[in-house]
Design a protein around this ligand. Structure first.
Ligand code: NAD
Length: 638
């Protein structure tokens, strides 16, 4: 099948792209577009071209597999042909108009979009920048400040926002094709127009802010530089510079790493999609426990459109949970992630398990205590219909043991959310020894419903993510014993590109859950195993993290400050372990952390806890702040 078809009717050329699944601009499509543009140029009767796409979306981007090895014809040349056409091209847009797709739309002479269309230049998320005139055409259509936000941030905008800023000329009110046909033709060629409102930009300040935000990722800064070229150079020169940057970035280590994560995320949880069993219906979901996690999980479900029955210990705790969920929804609304607060009407809270009887899926998020969870599962077993799926959000506890407290352990699995659960994209799906296909199919459906990335993990202490984190956290404590300080380790991790260092993270999430896990393991820990007591001593001193006002840092001033008491405890523990304290460079710290992550990752793979090295990278990047542009620990191991 040809990816481009051309029909002429009453002086209008209708050019239709049909290149499933998302009309990606691969080589055959580029060649088809070029040939069509050349044919149209030779047709004196054609007065207008309407370019549209079949299927669920207009062109949603380039073909990522061709990155780094582009094939002729090159997109900039095809777009030049279109932009230079003596008759106007009207782009009729729908779906997600992304990357090369938006560059194609901008090369046309006018744009009309169906309601609900989203438009964006997400190239920076793959470590590149637009390479076919995007940074030159965009700021000639929209104010430079909007262009900067779109190109350096990579986030798509709505059709309404696109119309307001000038990226499109109209939103269709009825038939997209018919309205496209009636669009007026614009006067001056786009590249002859001046860049909009570039004088208002403080380029230096923009760069400083972006450098801080991008934590070592180079593409956003290159994108900004390309836009600056666009403001300061003749359009043709800016185009040439943009192409140079694009070609250089497309073969960079960061782009390779980001593409690795892109494909790893796409493939994660694939095994859940292939399961034949019917998933549980997600219209009504039960949640038990409405603390930090339960409230977040409830909010995630409500935002996705489910009704939620939340069970707490008693009426007072249920009221508190209700408030917590309402606060999370209000915050999401404020951030523009939720249209209105009516979602809250789908929440009921209480303490009677009978309310759960019509929920095909229940997710437990009570205290991290096997006995408490066991009691919850025993009660669930008594009230829930036989085919209901029962999930635990435990961080460390044995899902198999918990499953055996029910009559049918095949319906039990772990659904390990990350905090805040309505924001974080990762969902570790813990497949127990007894977990059956319906439970797994439900996990897959839930991940899609909540727009989360599911990674399947086997049962072990901490599954994939917490197990790797435990391994490097332990080694970081050994480094403390040997001479490092928490603030130095955090600085090294942040310098590497982590969103936060391990100690700032621990303070934020609280030191108590890991402390409880260590205590539970203490009885079985071999006597000759190296063990640092520093974290235990902090917990014993009530330093449980931010919520206690102090943890690895002191928060009396509102921000994290290194604390002499912590340094004192560390020094005492160095002495107790008989270690002579020495200097660590940031590079030495990161070498240790990465090698421990990689060693634990290899063990996890050998044990079958993770299905692939790619899955491990997805967990670390999406759940643990590992810098995406470094690709993940297993990618770096080569
Ligand atoms: P939390 O202490 O904030 O909340 C627990 C809630 O459970 C409380 O509101 C409590 O009243 C309620 N509860 C206790 N026993 C109950 C019972 N029998 N019936 C009904 N409700 C009951 O704890 P949290 O941080 O939300 O953690 C909950 C679970 O999620 C734990 O298993 C934890 O390991 C896991 N988890 C936590 C995080 C995190 O970052 N906090 C991340 C992933 C998983």
């Amino acid at each position: 099948m040809q990816p481009v078809s051309l029909t002429i009717s009453e002086g209008i050329a209708h050019l239709r792209i049909d290149n499933p699944p998302v009309n990606a601009l691969n080589q055959p499509l580029r060649a088809g577009l070029r040939d069509a543009a050349l044919r149209i140029a030779g047709m004196p009767d054609v007065q207008k071209v309407v370019l549209s796409c079949a299927g669920r979306t207009f062109v949603a981007g380039a073909d990522i597999r061709e990155l780094g090895a582009p094939l002729e014809p090159y997109l900039p040349d095809v777009l030049d042909l279109i932009a230079g056409s003596s008759v106007p091209w009207i782009a009729a847009l729908h779906g997600t108009v992304l990357g090369g797709g938006l560059e194609l739309a901008m090369a046309c002479h006018a744009r009309i979009a169906a309601p609900g269309t989203r438009l964006g230049l997400p190239e920076v998320s793959l470590g590149i920048i637009p390479g076919s005139g995007g940074t030159v055409r965009l700021p000639r259509l929209v104010p430079m400040s909007d262009a900067i936000a779109m190109v350096t941030g990579g986030k798509p905008v709505s059709a309404e926002a696109a119309l307001a800023m000038g990226l499109i000329d109209r939103i269709a009110s009825g038939d997209l094709q018919a309205e496209a046909q009636d669009m007026p033709a614009p006067a001056a060629p786009l590249l002859d127009r001046p860049v909009r409102e570039a004088g208002a930009i403080d380029w230096h300040a923009q760069e400083q802010t972006l450098r801080r935000k991008s934590r070592g990722a180079e593409a956003p800064l290159e994108a900004l530089a390309a836009l600056r070229d666009s403001a300061e150079l003749p359009a043709r020169d800016a185009m040439a510079r943009e192409r140079e940057r694009f070609l250089r970035l497309s073969v960079s280590d960061q782009s390779r790493a980001l593409r690795h994560v892109f494909f790893a995320e796409r493939d994660a949880g694939r095994s859940l999609r292939d399961i034949e069993a019917a998933p549980a219906d997600l219209a009504r979901v039960g949640v038990i426990g409405g603390g930090t996690m339960g409230a977040g999980i409830a909010a995630a479900l409500l935002i996705a459109g489910s009704s939620v029955r939340l069970i707490e210990r008693d009426a007072q705790a249920a009221d508190m949970a209700q408030t917590r969920v309402a606060d999370l929804l209000a915050a999401s609304h404020k951030r523009g992630l939720l249209r209105d607060l009516s979602a809250l009407e789908r929440l009921t809270t209480g303490s009677d398990y009978a309310a759960l009887a019509d929920c095909p899926l229940v997710i437990e998020a009570v205290f991290e205590d096997m006995e408490v969870k066991r009691q919850v599962f025993t009660r669930l077993d008594a009230v829930m219909p036989a085919d209901a799926v029962l999930a635990t959000n435990t961080s460390y506890l044995d899902v198999d043991t918990l499953a055996l407290t029910t009559r049918d352990p095949s319906r039990v699995l772990g659904l390990h959310f990350f905090s805040p659960a309505h924001v974080m994209k990762l969902l570790e799906v813990v497949r127990g020894a007894h977990t059956g296909p319906r439970a797994l199919a439900t996990a897959g459906a839930l991940a899609r419903h909540l727009r989360k990335t599911a990674v399947v993990a086997g049962v072990c202490d901490g599954f994939i993510g917490n197990r790797i984190m435990n391994a490097y956290r332990t080694d970081c404590e050994f480094m403390l014993e040997e001479g490092a300080l928490p603030e130095q380790i955090d600085r090294a991790m942040e310098g590497f590109g982590f969103a936060m260092g391990i100690y700032a993270v621990q303070d934020m999430s609280g030191l108590d859950i890991a402390w409880a896990a260590r205590k539970a393991r203490a009885a079985t820990r071999p006597a000759d195993e190296r063990y640092a007591h520093i974290a235990d001593r902090l917990c014993e001193a009530g330093r449980l993290g931010r919520k206690a006002g102090r943890g690895w840092y002191d928060y009396a001033t509102g921000t994290a400050q290194p604390d002499p008491q912590v340094a004192q405890i560390i020094a005492e523990e160095s002495a107790r372990a008989g270690r002579t304290r020495r200097e660590f460079s940031d590079a030495q710290i990161m070498d240790r952390i990465l090698s421990v992550m990689q060693a634990e990752g290899r063990t996890i793979l050998a044990e079958g806890v993770a299905d692939s090295a790619e899955d491990i990278d997805v967990v670390m990047v999406t759940g643990y702040g590992f810098p995406r542009h470094k690709g993940g620990p297993m990618f770096l191991a080569g």
